[in-house]
Design a protein around this ligand. Structure first.
Ligand SMILES: Cc1cc2nc3c(=O)[nH]c(=O)nc-3n(C[C@H](O)[C@H](O)[C@H](O)COP(=O)(O)OP(=O)(O)OC[C@H]3O[C@@H](n4cnc5c(N)ncnc54)[C@H](O)[C@@H]3O)c2cc1C
Length: 1017
């Protein structure tokens, strides 16, 4: 199927503009004051008579999620249920409860129970970070069991049953009390990381559909039967836009199998809405399914899609889906939600440097969008059966009002299932579909909004479906955390409803108003007014992808002439000659040149990315990150130079002035590697230039073209030709000659430890001035995983850190140390995830690993792999990727017996794994003895443990509960210690100082006569 480019607008557009359009669409369609009047009695009734299962709301009222207690609660709930061993469970509980005060009493039985258990736990548990004595341990075990129970009870509020059978029994019991309820079952779990995960979820969905079908009546409309909600990310381990072809070939048939079974029983099967950058992909899948439905079962009206109103494109999405239904002459069920991943969307947009957020940033803007979407859904009854999922009383009342205006009260159910119809105020005659079938339905999550719905459903014309998660406790966690966040957020309706201090006016305030500015700084302004964030690209946006591919098609890698070793002396002399003028150029002027270069590079991102893909075999994602890093370096060092080079007045005795000022040292040799031919090259050069030094830049032999283009860009921006010279050639000859040449004031080098030492010795052997060296070298970077870690998060972090960029990053993960209690499962998940990676041509968007840089690198990696095959247990097959491109290495993974066996950095996608037990500090001590000290990953939910391990580790960069690559300029200054480098850290506040000479200027101000200043006091 051709990829559509015009069905949805650009996601990152100005918020106010979009909201203004939504408000205009609602004009005259909604009387908010009227809706609030309908909602107010519901709110009063719930507050006067809260539903019995009020645990989460009241607990979170007592301990707001923004407080230490709320956070502790959330973290315990997320991690405690999966911890396999008692010791760690005790440590985790002590750690979380140690930082919170749970002594307050909440006001419902369950909340009080949970609260008391937790408060009690606190007193019995050992203090976090301290080894418990035996007595404390015995007490602690009981207390942890109680806490566990409390957390399980919290979890149970949101899960209908541990199996589909159990869930259906609960549903039947609920229906006895409230007959107009339907259910949509959801099988809990994290997204699939491996092929076998996906098959397991597929089987569990199939099994659930079969069970639901037994209780369904195929003669009824899907709106009258229970149904199922599915997550596409559970059904494919690479449900990503970049893997489009695979997803269409492999995932669509899987989902179609489920659809066929649902269609046979006339069930509603809804595809849940996930992250924004999966929307286009999900639409392709949905359209493929629509075509199949049209062909095989056009009478089925149960295929459904969830849509998120917080997305700036939500209304257009509805237009597209309605058009699709009409094109295929079928009808869909569309669930309108506000959206569950708001915080994650905001973070992604900031990290990727996107021009705006793809979601609204004011809560009430999401509400406005929701209402505009509701209107759009109600306007398309021929194409869509609307399903409004919300717990917000104001939103529900507004929908009922719009629905009754649109289709009339009786139209709510075109022939009520039983009893009399009772029209709502101001309703028009009904538009009938078929007897007993409602025209729309409301939806809520199990365990949420029960009170409000108890009131709303007193009107028998209104239908409601409950989204009902089913699954074992260990699968509950991700879902539970979302619910905790939703219940705990100050802005959330359910939270405010539980808080009596929020008055009715505030609770039901009209959302129909426009905020001209976003509530958060936009991603380009992340670093404030002083420094613009570099602009990135979301590779799922087709226009951006096309721009990159066009640049690639036009890219010709220039041939760069080689310098001769004999050129070095003259080049250094030229640089020394240029030093005075450049050094005396005011720092503000030098900074302006670098900022101009940054803006030019930002604008030329596609061209430079294309060059990186062609010359350095970068994948597109890596190329975009690298150009952005170079832009960040230019801007950051421009600012830093102005900061550190401003003269400082120092205190001293009266009668003299004392000033400290910094200036350049002279001509610097900058030797950069091929793995970041743009970012590291630009970082070194920009740091030297910003501080007034002149530069002899020696790029890696493998990547001179990127360096040439970077130098051209800097010259065009205003760096004098003599102040920046490029000398391309082998390190052993040209690099060595530059280092040895007389007059060199400093050397900055990134590369292997071995070459750094050669340079160090060469400098030490030189006559004359003592020349400083800044060296950033590699590392045997480790990740320590304890048994509180989330396996899925670990697998993601490991696969990215060890295999992304084909492992050719100084920061890459080389040694995974995983706790023995969870090692089997974690290793299996990493194996499965690694097998899903695509090694191939980096210019293809679906490629995860391009070839390693050259045949020498390839042979070296192979040597290590062969050695490991003889001495360690291979965890991945050694089959070379089936691809005509040379130098491709598939991810490799070996289990070794001990940390001390890992003695060398293997600069490729090769991971070594070791199991550990006992004290995690011992593991860190063993890692320290390896002598390297660059990056360390820690995966644990025990915060005090993470801090203690980080403090014990002799490394430069520690990353907790995330991947350990991709340091950001000014955010994670980068560089290590020991065999990993000299420091100071690149992209940090201390870096430029090393490029500077310092001078103090002391002036005797009384020299001209008396001390006037003293007399004048
Ligand atoms: C049946 C059902 C199915 C669901 N399926 C999905 C699904 O497939 N995918 C999915 O993502 N979610 C899904 N959800 C979750 C849903 O997104 C949340 O429950 C919903 O957003 C809560 O909205 P509300 O109207 O109940 O509460 P409200 O309190 O009125 O709204 C809360 C929502 O407002 C939005 N919001 C909060 N702060 C801001 C802000 N500063 N700026 C802008 N917007 C903000 C968020 O979306 C937040 O969830 C589903 C919910 C239900 C009931």
């Amino acid at each position: 199927m051709p990829r559509s480019t015009d069905r949805l607008p650009f996601p990152y557009r100005p918020e106010a503009e979009t909201v203004a359009q939504r408000l205009a669409a609602l004009q005259g369609a909604l009387d908010w004051a009227g809706a609030a009047q309908v909602a107010a009695p519901w709110v009063r009734a719930v507050r006067e008579n809260p539903p019995p299962f009020w645990a989460m709301e009241s607990l979170l009222k007592e301990y707001p999620i923004s407080s230490a207690e709320g956070l502790a609660l959330m973290r315990l709930a997320e991690a405690l249920l999966r911890v396999p061993d008692a010791e760690t469970a005790i440590a985790l509980t002590a750690d979380q409860l140690g930082r919170a005060d749970f002594d307050g009493a909440a006001d419902s039985t369950l909340a009080r129970l949970s609260s008391t258990a937790i408060a009690m736990s606190k007193h019995f548990l050992p203090e976090s970070g301290h080894e418990p004595g035996l007595m404390a341990k015995l007490g602690a075990r009981t207390v942890v069991a109680a806490t566990l129970r409390a957390v399980q009870l919290l979890g149970r509020q949101f899960v209908l049953g541990q199996t589909i059978g159990e869930g259906m029994k609960e549903a039947a019991a609920a229906r006895k009390k409230q007959p107009n309820l339907q259910f949509s079952y959801d099988m809990l779990g994290e997204g699939a990381r491996t092929h076998s995960d996906a098959l397991r979820y597929q089987a569990s969905y199939e099994n659930a559909i079969a069970a639901i079908a037994q209780g369904a009546d195929p003669a009824r409309h899907p709106a009258q039967n229970d149904g199922i909600s599915i997550k596409l990310s559970a059904l494919h381990p690479r449900y990503e836009d970049a893997q489009h072809e695979r997803v269409m070939n492999e995932l669509v048939p899987r989902v179609w199998t489920l659809c066929r079974a649902a269609a046979a029983a006339n069930l509603n099967l809804t595809i849940d809405a996930e992250e924004v950058d999966r929307l286009e992909l999900s639409l392709d899948v949905f359209e493929a399914l629509a075509a199949l439905v049209a062909e095989h079962c056009p009478q089925w009206q149960g295929l459904g899609l969830a849509m998120q109103a917080y997305q700036t494109r939500a209304v257009e999405l509805i237009g597209h889906i309605a058009a699709l239904a009409r094109r295929y002459r079928i009808r869909f069920m569309c669930r309108l939600v506000k959206g569950a991943y708001w915080d994650a969307e905001i973070k992604r947009a900031q990290e990727q440097g996107l021009p705006a957020y793809p979601v609204f940033t004011h809560k009430h803007h999401t509400d406005v969008s929701y209402l505009a979407c509701a209107k759009a859904l109600l306007d398309a009854p021929d194409a869509i059966f609307p399903q409004f999922a919300t717990h917000n009383a104001g939103t529900i009342a507004a929908i009922l009002q719009m629905a009754s205006r649109q289709i009339g009260a009786e139209g709510f159910t075109a022939g009520p299932p039983q009893g009399e119809t009772r029209p709502l105020e101001g309703q028009r005659p009904a538009q009938r579909w078929s007897v007993g079938v409602p025209s729309f339905e409301l939806q809520r999550l199990h365990g949420m909004g029960e009170g409000i719905y108890r009131e709303v459903l007193k009107n028998p014309l209104v239908s409601c479906r409950v989204y009902a998660p089913v699954g074992a406790h260990r699968d509950l966690l991700a879902y539970l955390v979302r619910r905790l966040l939703e219940n705990g957020a100050n802005s959330s309706f359910v939270h405010q409803l539980a808080d009596e201090s929020v008055g009715m006016d505030e609770l039901l305030i009209s959302p129909l108003r426009l905020e001209p500015q976003a509530s958060l700084p936009l991603p380009p302004d992340l670093y404030g007014a002083v420094r613009a964030n570099s602009s990135g690209r979301d590779l799922t946006v087709i226009a951006w992808r096309d721009e990159l591919l066009a640049a690639h098609a036009a890219c010709v890698v220039p041939v760069v002439g080689e310098a001769q070793p004999g050129d070095a002396t003259a080049a250094v002399a030229r640089a020394v000659g240029a030093f005075g003028a450049w050094n005396h150029t005011p720092v503000a002027q030098r900074a302006a040149v670098l900022r101009f270069a940054a803006d030019s590079l930002d604008a030329a991102l596609p061209r430079f990315c294309a060059l990186l893909v062609k010359e350095a075999h970068k994948t597109w994602g890596d190329a975009v990150s690298e150009v952005r890093e170079a832009v960040d370096f230019l801007r950051y060092y421009a600012n830093e130079a102005e900061r550190v080079m401003a003269p400082q007045t120092l205190p001293g005795p009266t009668g003299e002035s004392n000033t400290l000022r910094l200036e350049g040292r002279g001509a610097w040799v900058c030797i950069s590697p091929w793995n970041f031919p743009m970012a590291i090259f630009m970082g070194q050069v920009a740091a030297a230039l910003a501080t007034g030094n002149t530069v002899l830049a020696k790029p890696a032999e493998q990547t001179p073209a990127v360096a040439l283009e970077a130098v051209k860009l800097l010259h065009t921006a205003g760096v004098p030709a003599d102040a920046l010279q490029l000398l391309h050639g082998p390190g052993e000859t040209v690099g060595a000659a530059l280092v040895a040449a007389p007059g060199v004031a400093g050397v900055v080098f990134t590369g292997s430890t071995q070459v750094a030492k050669i340079i160090q010795r060469a400098l030490a052997a030189k006559e004359g001035t003592i020349v400083p060296l800044i060296a950033e070298t590699g590392g045997i970077n480790a990740m320590l995983v304890d048994s509180t870690a989330l396996p899925e998060q670990v697998a993601d972090a490991v696969v990215q850190s060890a295999f992304r960029s084909a492992g050719q990053r100084c920061s890459a993960l080389r040694l995974l140390c995983v706790h023995e209690a969870i090692a089997d499962g974690v290793i299996e998940m990493i194996q499965g995830a690694a097998k899903e990676l695509v090694a191939g041509d980096p210019s293809q968007l679906d490629t995860d690993l391009g070839p390693v840089i050259d045949v020498e690198a390839f042979d070296n990696i192979q040597r290590h792999v062969n050695r490991l095959r003889g001495s360690a247990k291979a965890l991945l097959p050694d089959a070379a990727p089936a691809h005509p491109l040379p130098n491709l290495v598939a991810p490799q993974m070996f289990e070794v017996g001990s940390i001390s066996e890992v003695t060398q950095e293997i600069f490729g996608p090769v991971l070594q794994v070791v199991r550990w037990g006992g004290d995690p500090l011992d593991v860190i001590r063993q890692i320290n003895t390896l002598g390297y000290g660059l990056t360390l990953g820690i995966q644990t939910r025990i915060d005090s443990r993470a801090l203690a391990l980080a403090a014990a580790a002799r490394v430069g960069n520690v990353y907790v509960n995330r991947n350990m690559i991709g340091a950001v300029v000014g955010v994670q200054p980068f560089g290590g210690e020991g065999l990993s480098g000299t420091g100071p850290k690149a992209g940090g506040p201390n870096y430029l100082l090393r490029f500077c000479a310092e001078q103090t200027l002391t002036i005797n101000t009384t020299a001209a006569g008396g001390n006037v200043a003293l007399f004048a006091r």
